[in-house]
Design a protein around this ligand. Structure first.
Ligand code: F6R
Length: 242
């Protein structure tokens, strides 16, 4: 595990974008695993800038997002499809046919999850997975106590996650209570992982993830076992590390 601790959110975003850019320069047909939420927004802005400057190209890139809310249509402004389209995809030359996000409206969820895993495998696996982290240590929507061997599956969101994510909705009642998420096993199969964290409200989860016991009660702690993982975190998120 490598830990890169950086002054602030902007520098964290720039560093993360450099890591993704090097991946694309070394392997233009990379398979990227992507996250949503507030944390990677700065990184996506930086990637768009690098694309506009002609430094990187997304033409041959395939993407798989970590998760999607259950019951939200792609056109819904709170869906993760909408988020990815607005914050990254519409600004770059990615082939939308190579964009993969779980379908939150799928009738047969079990099939949707199995097909998602199959598509990842058929693309040769994820080369670089980008992660954020929840205050409760979740990665993707793998909430505390999800077994480590889980593949893509339907999850029931934690009370804390629903509270945290209610900032994106008009009211807490509007936050979906379920989501489809890659599992811990799916994430651990990625060849490289970078986890981004910013702000003091993530400090405890970061400390536990790096120094704590490896336990499904703090899902991110499993990353201690990943052979190629980088934590790119700002000073506030690192404030509980010695
Ligand atoms: C998002 C995801 C989540 C977020 C986490 C942190 O696709 O999988 O694990 O990364 O909830 O969210 P923010 O960045 O909003 O604090």
């Amino acid at each position: 595990m490598r830990i890169i601790c950086i002054d602030n959110y902007e520098d964290m975003s720039r560093k993360a974008a450099h890591i993704v850019s090097s991946q694309l320069i070394l392997k233009p047909n990379s398979v990227l695993g992507l996250a949503t939420g507030s944390t990677p927004l700065g990184m996506y802005k930086q990637l768009i800038k690098s694309y506009n400057d002609g430094l990187i190209d997304f033409q041959k890139v395939t993407t798989f997002n970590l998760d999607e809310y259950y019951g939200l249509d792609r056109k819904n402004q709170q869906s993760y499809f909408y988020y990815m389209y607005e914050n990254l995809f519409k600004h770059i030359n990615i082939d939308i046919k190579r964009v993969n996000i779980p379908n939150g409206m799928a009738k047969d969820i079990e099939k949707e999850c199995l097909d998602y895993e199959k598509s990842i495998r058929n693309c040769g696996g994820i080369d670089l997975q980008v992660l954020g982290i929840g205050r409760n240590g979740h990665i993707g929507f793998n909430e505390p106590d999800i077994r480590f061997e889980a593949l893509t599956h339907m999850v029931k969101l934690d009370k804390q996650t629903i509270e945290d994510n209610s900032r994106f909705f008009n009211s807490i009642e509007k936050v979906p209570t379920k989501a489809i998420s890659m599992g811990i096993k799916t994430i651990m199969h990625a060849k490289k992982v970078i986890l981004l964290a910013s702000g003091k409200e993530k400090a405890e989860a970061i400390e536990e993830a790096i120094y704590g016991k490896i336990t499904p009660k703090l899902p991110a702690s499993v990353l201690q076992l990943h052979p190629d993982v980088i934590f790119v975190i700002d000073k506030a998120a690192a404030s509980k590390l010695d």
